[in-house]
Design a protein around this ligand. Structure first.
Ligand SMILES: *[C@@H]1O[C@H](CO)[C@@H](O)[C@H](O)[C@H]1NC(C)=O
Length: 363
């Protein structure tokens, strides 16, 4: 009957509507004509969805390239995906590590309450990330949660083919990182409860909670989640070109969207699209003072190396925060994670994050 059919479809619509949360920030590149649009962004002209300052000195397309070929084909909400590359020039700020990273440009509350950080990631056979070196992927400044791939500093042996999810400085989940497989991820972050859970699927499958929330030192200034990759240098291993592909990047609050390629595809409303005309700096009366990212003073410190199971503290880092970071305990390696297994005697250098003399960018 007509009436019944109508009721059914209404019920279905209502059901699908409640299963989606609110998109706080949309990083799906749907408004970007090409990665050159990232060049329109600066601290004093914060247009578009991404901050782009952690990269080498070459052309943007050498490190960040957009194409429909680079997205998870199961994701119809994204027009294109991004290829993030490490090349022989991918050194940022005089550091020895190769880095190509994008950071959400938003004033939305992506660092408060309970939020879901969505992204899909893939590697190819071509330009595969080295299995001999540590890659920190889609990480926060304090490394309370991140993906990792490759041999992890301090581990036994020479190589590691796994893709891992880290939280609380421990490997909580891993899988062989095979070429051509799209891994869909959502970090379930509760900034109030200080927990992080892990949702995962492959291809076009719906996300499933793969690791229930674990305690972690959740903290973020709202501009320190790094979509992209940082690769630690390792002596004896040369730099080859490496690519990692991402798509379906967005941050959501409320109810988790588990379907891939779902979630509202609308651009986030809080920043103009990259096509917006850049404000001439001379007329930007209220523009904040130029930001200076001081070169970090790396005071090497020694820390016990972790066990071969990679239950190690995050290394690095990072000094990428645009606000002077509080000297966060979470940024430092902690020994607690390494006490459960026999430790190799080797020590490794860790970079101590120094408070930066960085001017506040916020207007
Ligand atoms: C960027 O990707 C496009 C589309 O695949 C390709 O034609 C172009 O050569 C790429 N550019 C670089 C610098 O890799």
């Amino acid at each position: 009957m007509m009436f019944t059919a109508q009721v059914s479809s209404t019920v279905l619509l209502a059901a699908s509507a409640v299963s989606a949360g609110t998109v706080l920030w949309d990083g799906r590149f749907n408004d970007y004509a090409s990665s050159a649009d990232l060049d329109k962004w600066s601290f004093s002209n914060p247009v578009g969805e991404y901050q782009y300052y952690i990269h080498g000195k070459g052309e943007t397309a050498e490190y960040v390239n957009l194409s429909a070929d680079f997205k998870n084909p199961g994701d119809s909400a994204s027009k294109q995906g991004v290829k993030i590359s490490l090349t022989d020039t991918a050194f940022w700020n005089g550091d020895a590590m190769r880095r190509t990273e994008l950071i959400p440009q938003t004033k939305a509350a992506i660092n408060k309450g309970k939020v879901y950080y969505h992204f899909s990631m893939k590697r190819s056979e071509t330009n595969a990330p080295s299995v001999n070196r540590e890659h920190q992927i889609a990480f926060f400044e304090s490394h309370f949660t991140e993906m990792k791939a490759g041999w992890i500093s301090g581990a036994q042996g020479d190589s590691d083919p796994a893709l891992r999810w880290f939280a609380d400085s421990k490997s909580q989940w891993d899988t062989p990182w095979e070429a051509g497989v799209w891994h869909n991820v959502a970090y379930e972050i509760d900034f109030d409860a200080s927990t992080v859970g892990f949702w995962h699927s492959t291809g076009s499958d719906a996300l499933k909670q793969t690791v229930a929330p674990v305690k972690a030192s959740t903290s973020s200034n709202g501009a320190d989640w790094h979509l992209g990759v940082l690769e630690l240098a390792r002596s004896g291993f040369t730099d080859a070109n490496e690519d990692i592909f991402f798509s379906g990047v967005y941050i959501e609050s409320g109810d988790l969207t588990t379907a891939i390629g779902s979630g509202s595809a609308a651009g986030s409303a809080d920043t103009p699209p990259p096509a917006a005309k850049p404000v001439a700096s001379s007329s930007a009366v209220i523009a904040p003072a130029p930001t200076t990212l001081a070169t970090s003073t790396k005071a090497p410190s020694t820390t016990s190396a972790p066990s071969a199971t990679s239950t190690k503290a995050p290394s690095t880092t990072l000094a990428t925060s645009i606000e002077a970071p509080s000297t966060s305990v979470a940024a430092q390696p902690t020994l607690s994670a390494t006490t459960t297994a026999a430790r190799p005697t080797a020590t490794r250098k860790c970079r101590k994050r120094k408070a930066r003399t960085v001017q506040q960018v916020a207007a």
